[in-house]
Design a protein around this ligand. Structure first.
Ligand SMILES: Nc1nc2c(ncn2[C@@H]2O[C@H](COP(=O)(O)OP(=O)(O)O)[C@@H](O)[C@H]2O)c(=O)[nH]1
Ligand SMILES: [Mg+2]
Length: 442
């Protein structure tokens, strides 16, 4: 996400950071480069213009040039200005004081409304809410089905009426069903068109009158570039939005639209979607995003990601095994699975400050984990539990089964042996310390 812009800004700021002396000309040059980088990333022209003039003003104003670390100061200003541009506060999803929250999702066809409805429902469910999703898309019956399937997958109730032609009526029934099921949040997935038209807006307004949305959110596809800004403005003026959900920020979209929308409409981005899977949704924090873009890492998001996928029971089971020296290849396989759940290794590393920009594509071989998992999966139960039985002929069979070489199998087993030796050392240390505590001097 924002890779190219991010690379450019990181280069620019890295150069600046290293400078012991910064002249007005340096600042001028830097601003010109930043301006170009933003325009190339598809950030709206007027947004770029005010951003640059703001920053230039700040760089001059704070006696940056005469400070001891002018380069650092300038980078700090860039960072702060970027946060400001992205919207200083994060937009939480509002909860209705009545106890019944209605979130209505708007957007063009293909923007990602239906997918987002499911993603959002999953997020709310995880935070202890009781969501229900409803489709009022009467133009494409398949769309309602799509929502139903997604909802089933995440075990959230859904409400659809594929045969009904009146979206307003479906909306009305959806509210009734939601209340009947004692749900506290209704997410309404609406129909989109390929472009804005007044008939669509009228229908959306009529539905709104019935469901009385607490949150009116526009789902915007980051891949459509500058058009996103005009789509956002049209919806904003016709309906009056509470905020945005940006989707497809995982693609090679230049992402500039996401950076412009907040400035142009004054409404916050509340959530971002970074993939097709139901878990590919994140709360949006401008400061984190700015840090990510400038390569300052994003430790908080990383920690949340880890927590999200961290299975405390599984971790405890592993610790117990380590303690008892019974960590086998089956456990190693489970560990690999945990790592994979965190997502792409490259993405995870990218969130670590100072590492993001240094990791090159060729340095990471994501397929190693896949290969190792395939190797263990080609083993019998007995082999996984008692790796010492793995003689040459078994290794040959496993290599063939996993579609790899005997060397690779040997390497994995060696890696396993090394880790168990490490674990033995650790568990001995643990026992020692425990013994000391119990039989110590107190
Ligand atoms: N890569 C990626 N694809 C997405 C994302 N959100 C939605 N999609 C895909 O975009 C397509 C359209 O999504 P859909 O939810 O049906 O859009 P709708 O017409 O607005 O309801 C589907 O193929 C989705 O899988 C995202 O964040 N990243
Ligand atoms: Mg849809």
């Amino acid at each position: 996400m924002f890779d190219s812009l991010s690379n450019k800004l990181q280069n620019i700021t890295a150069r600046m950071r290293g400078k012991a002396r910064v002249t007005e000309q340096d600042i001028k040059d830097m601003m010109r480069e930043i301006r170009l980088a933003l325009l190339e990333a598809d950030v709206n022209y007027s947004v770029v213009k005010s951003f640059i003039s703001d920053m230039t003003e700040k760089c001059k104003g704070q006696e940056v040039l005469s400070s001891l670390t002018p380069g650092q100061q300038v980078v700090k200003i860039v960072h702060e200005s970027l946060i400001e541009m992205l919207g200083s506060t994060s937009g939480k999803i509002a909860v209705s004081p009545s106890g019944f929250t209605v979130i209505m999702l708007y957007g063009l066809q293909g923007a990602g409304k239906t997918t987002t409805a499911a993603k959002l429902a999953r997020l709310l469910k995880k935070s202890g809410k009781r969501p229900i999703v409803a489709s009022v898309d009467v133009h494409r019956p398949a769309a309602a089905k799509q929502l139903e399937i997604l909802a089933d997958k995440i075990d959230v109730p859904s409400f659809i009426m594929p045969e009904e032609k009146s979206a307003v009526l479906i909306a009305q029934k959806a509210v009734e069903r939601a209340k009947y099921l004692l749900c506290d949040t209704l997410i309404v997935d609406t129909a989109g068109r390929t472009s804005i038209d007044s008939e669509m807006m009228d229908e959306l307004i009529e539905i709104g009158k019935v469901v009385k949305p607490t949150e009116k959110l526009l789902v915007v596809d980051a891949m459509i570039g500058q058009e996103a800004v005009s789509v956002a403005s049209s919806f904003e003026s016709a309906i009056g939005l509470d905020g945005f959900i940006m989707t497809k920020l995982d693609g090679d979209a230049r992402g500039g639209a996401a950076l412009s929308i907040r400035q142009i409409t004054g409404k916050p981005i509340k959530l971002i979607c970074v993939g097709e899977k139901v878990e590919d949704i994140e709360e949006y924090f401008p400061d984190r995003m700015a840090s990510r873009i400038l390569g300052m890492g994003d430790v908080l998001s990383l920690i949340e990601k880890a927590q999200d996928h961290f299975d405390a029971d599984a971790a405890k089971a592993t610790m117990d095994k380590i303690r008892k020296n019974s960590f086998d290849l089956e456990d190693m396989l489970a560990q690999f699975e945990q790592i994979q759940k965190m997502g792409s290794i490259r993405d995870v590393l990218g969130m670590i400050p100072g590492v993001g920009s240094k990791v090159k594509e060729q340095d990471i071989d994501e397929s190693v984990i896949d290969k190792n998992m395939a190797i263990i999966r080609s083993m019998t139960k007995k082999e996984r539990k008692y790796p010492q039985v793995l003689n040459a002929s078994r290794r040959k069979r496993i290599a063939a089964g996993a579609g790899t070489t005997v060397q690779q199998v040997n390497q994995l087993i060696k890696q396993y042996e090394q880790s168990t030796q490490m674990m033995k050392k650790f568990s001995k240390m643990g026992k020692g310390a425990g013994g000391f505590g119990r039989n110590g001097f107190r």
